[in-house]
Design a protein around this ligand. Structure first.
Ligand SMILES: *Cc1c(COP(=O)(O)O)cnc(C)c1O
Length: 430
């Protein structure tokens, strides 16, 4: 049995030792030694076996091509970052002038670029602030404005946001009390005004971002609620800053503030297409109160996130926006070309019309016409295990590879991935 230190001293392992670190390489060496002991690997081929088994990166996470047709897939990390955001992250990843003014040599305002960009994107906001995520924005608002007081909220807006987390529980965890008003399907202005009293902290409106209620329904608008005598906080969810023509029912920060909301909260990694973050915008003194609250320090946003957010707000359109606006004709012809290349290689593949969704807690019920390549469902596993991984959607014994959440440049990679998956599947059978 070759000794660990002898294997680690081999010249071929010096580059991986520098790139991946000693711990990962050593673990791989030990795994290979176990295989040698079990008789599965030749002792004199140990170094080759280590090289073959070393991971490509120090993260266990893998790159995934999102062919699911869900633009914002929560399990796939929601919004993909733009190239501009990636470059901004790279610039700030070392030491950077995060809270430093290079001209004066004194302390500067943390995240000033991202905050200025956000303020510019929402002209109706007197003040803006950024925290870790949408949930943190709500927690901060509830703690600073309604601790030991009441938050008035409609029974139709008591939302579970996913993975068992429910907004009512989140809000109550801050020490605020929920004053539920109205019914599941109908809540009118009077329900709110009747509930307002000396212990009211604020009125909360939550966008039902992952479900729709249809039929005999009513809801009080922000415009109606503004000026009834209590601050109005609106959790719009998806982070649309201005109205979007493809999503007429999705609320946006600018309109909600113009309609009279005092504060609006949203996520950075949904329709804004940026990094995970919580956006807070609204009346100057309220934003300042939240920003200076002790809890704000516990929800502070990271420098990489600030850089990615600034680039998302100032730079070219985020991938999610491009996917949302993708031309159906172009998608169909891409699917046709991809199916043709696969058929050429003998793969059972053909293009099909498809229906994509926004997903990720935004624009529920909206269907985006799309195009997909249909391949045998038996390939789905091999596609998920490939490099890069490809996640499609299995429907009626076929695996649909929807192209709406992919760039045209990804099509060739998907083609290679399918051919690779077919090859590995045949090897597995043979
Ligand atoms: C997504 C969402 C949240 C939670 O935001 P995170 O950024 O995931 O923490 C809260 N409220 C609504 C309405 C949402 O859609």
């Amino acid at each position: 049995m070759p000794r660990t230190d002898v294997i680690l001293a081999d010249g071929r392992l010096q580059e991986p030792l520098v790139r991946l670190g000693r711990s990962i390489v050593k673990n791989t060496v030990q795994a290979v030694q176990a295989r040698v002991r079990a008789g599965d690997t030749e002792a004199d081929a140990a170094v080759e076996a280590v090289l073959a088994a070393l991971p490509a990166e120090t993260t266990g996470h893998r790159r995934v091509l999102n062919a699911s047709g869900v633009l914002l897939h929560t399990n796939l990390g929601r919004a993909p970052l733009s190239e501009a955001a990636l470059r901004a992250v790279s610039v700030t990843s070392g030491t950077t002038d995060l809270e430093f003014d290079l001209e004066t040599g004194r302390r500067g305002r943390r995240g000033r670029g991202a905050l200025a960009a956000l303020a510019q994107a929402i002209p109706a906001a007197e003040g803006v602030h950024l925290v870790n995520n949408g949930a943190a924005a709500l927690v901060l608002a509830a703690t600073a404005m309604a601790r030991d007081r009441e938050i008035i909220v409609s029974r139709g807006e008591m939302v579970e946001i996913g993975d068992g987390f429910r907004l009512p529980d989140l809000l109550e965890s801050t020490g605020a009390r929920l004053r539920e008003v109205g019914t599941t399907n109908r809540t009118v202005l009077r329900d709110y005004t009747d509930a307002i009293g000396p212990s009211t902290g604020f009125i909360l409106k939550v966008h039902p971002s992952n479900f729709v209620i249809k039929g005999f329904t009513a809801a009080a608008s922000v415009r109606e609620l503004a000026g009834v005598g209590a601050p109005v906080v609106v959790d719009i969810g998806s982070g649309l800053l201005r109205p979007h023509p493809t999503l007429p029912d999705e609320p946006d920060a600018e309109t909600v503030l113009r309609d009279g909301a005092d504060l609006v909260t949203a996520s950075g990694d949904k329709l804004l297409g940026g990094p995970q973050a919580g956006l807070i915008a609204g009346r100057r003194e309220l934003v300042e109160k939240l920003r200076r609250h002790p809890l704000a320090r516990g929800l502070r946003i990271d420098k990489l996130t600030l850089a990615a957010m600034e680039a998302t707000l100032c730079g070219p359109p985020a991938p999610v926006m491009r996917y949302l606006q993708a031309d159906l004709k172009v998608l169909l012809s891409r699917a046709e070309a991809l199916a043709a290349s696969l058929t050429c290689h003998g793969v059972d593949a053909y293009e099909v019309p498809s229906e994509a969704t926004v997903g990720g807690g935004a624009a529920p019920g909206v269907v985006l016409p799309s195009a997909a390549v249909s391949v045998p469902a038996s390939l789905a596993l091999a596609l998920r295990l490939g490099t890069p991984a490809v996640v499609g959607r299995v429907e009626r014994d076929r695996c649909l590879l929807d192209l709406r959440a992919l760039d045209a440049a990804d099509d060739a990679i998907v083609c290679e991935a399918v051919l690779g998956a077919v090859g590995r599947e045949q090897e597995g059978r043979g």
